[in-house]
Design a protein around this ligand. Sequence first.
Ligand SMILES: [Zn+2]
Ligand SMILES: [Zn+2]
Length: 98
Amino acid sequence: MLVYYRETGDEDVRFKVLYCGICHSDLHSIKNEWGNSIYRMVPGHEIVGEVTEVGGKVTKVKVGIGCLVGACHSCDNCVNDLENYCPKWTLTYNSINT
Ligand SMILES: [Zn+2]
Ligand SMILES: [Zn+2]
């Protein structure tokens, strides 16, 4: 089941997207040129926004949003600071939020 929305977690920062750039990666995804597109899709991962909510364990709010926004933090890749190879990663878009 695809999850399009979830509550703000203890370590999450929720923000309102104000502006977003579109780069060539987005165009590849829109056209399914990498063969992994998930539709309905809202492309864009170069985002500027305004923080609207922080989780209970957030002590500093510094937000930089890239393409990778989440990982499991427990697999071999994650514990070796290679979250970009995590099999359970969460991307800004075209990804299943687990
Ligand atoms: Zn990009
Ligand atoms: Zn991981």
